[in-house]
Design a protein around this ligand. Sequence first.
Ligand SMILES: [Zn+2]
Length: 388
Amino acid sequence: MQIEQVSDTLHKFTLALADQPDAFTVNLAACVGPDGILLVDAGWAQTAERLNEQVRALGDGYVKLILVTHPHLDHYGGCAFFGPEATLIAHQNARDELSGRYFALGPLPGQELPIITLEDELSLRFNGEDIRIIPAPGHTDSDMVVYLVDVGVACLGDLLFSDTFPGLYPARGGDVERYIESIGKLIARFPADVKLIAGHGRDYTLDELRAHYRMTVDSADRIRQALAEGKSAQDMVEEDLLKDWAEWSSPAITTEAWITSVCESLTGQTTRSIAEPLTTTIVEKGMAAALEQYQELKTNQPNAYDFGENQLNMLGYHLLWRGMHEAAIDVFELNIQAYPESANPYDSLGEAYAVMGNKALAIENYEKALAVDPNLPSAIGALRTLKA
Ligand SMILES: [Zn+2]
C-alpha cells in the first residue's frame, strides 16, 4: 500500500491485492481532518481492513463519508467493512445496480447501500474543503468525479486508466459518446495546473488528459467509420485498424477490448452476461434448472450471451457471498468444465471450500490452480494460510 500526502488534508492511496511489483493497483483518496475522514472509494473488500488502519493513523476520527465513484469491486468492495457509521454517497444508478438491477439476487447481506444518491452535481464542505461531486458517465452510467477545488485535485475514478485506452462497460451503461462528452466537459472546467488522480495508473496533468482525449476521439472515429463501411469488430482487429494507436494498448485494456467496447456502445448491441438469466433461474427454479439452462443456451445460442470465464466466476462469488455455498460450488465446477485449461476457476473453487471450512478440498483445488499457473498470487497466498 502506497500513501502520498497531496495537501494538508488530502492523501492518495494506491492499493494492490497481491504483494508483487507488477500487480494491478487501484487509486483512492482520503480527506483527513477535524471533521473526520472522507474516502473517495474504498478499494477491494480484501484491502479494507489495512486501509482503515492506515487512514486512521493519519488523524483522529473515523471514516464518516465514502464517495463511491462507481460500484465496481475494486472501488466499492471495501465499503461494507466501514459499516453503517460510514455514509455512502453514489450515483442513483449505482444504487440501482447494487440493489439488483442486473442480478436478481439483490443486495448482499450486510452490504452497505448508498443512502445519499445524486443525478446532478452536489457540493459538500468537509474538513474545510470545497468538494464537488460531478456525475460524469462513460465508463459505466454511474461514474462520478470528485473535485477538491481548493486543493486543485480531481479523482477521476475509472474515467481514467492512465496511458491506455478508456475502459468502457457497455453492459453496465458505459457509452463512448457520453465518455467523450464527460471528459470534454472536465477539460473545459479544470484549471491548467489541476492534478488528476486516475482510477488506475499514474496521475495526469490537464495536458496529458487532453492528449488522452484526442486519442479517444480519433480512435473512436476510426472505429465509427469502419462500422459504417460494414466491418465487424473482428474485422477491425484482424486488419489492425488501430495500429496508429498501438502504444495505448495495455494488459488492462487491449486494442481488441477497446474496439469491442466501442462497437458495442455505438451499435447498442451489448452482450449480456450469461450470469443474468442464470441468476433469475436460480432464484425462481433452483440450481438444477439453471445448469440445464446453461447447457441449452450455450449449445443453441452461443453468441447471444457472454459465456466468458469471468461470468460464471463472478456468479459463483455472488452466490458464495450470500451463503449459497452449494450453488456456488456447482457454478465454479461448471466453470472448470468450460475452462479446464484456466487456473482461476480452480482457485475460486478452492476459495469456496475454504469458506465452507473444507480444508482438504480447498487445498486440493488451490494446488490444481497452481498446476496450471504456478505464479497465481491468490492461490499461493491462500495455500500459505491454509497450511500454516
Ligand atoms: Zn477500477
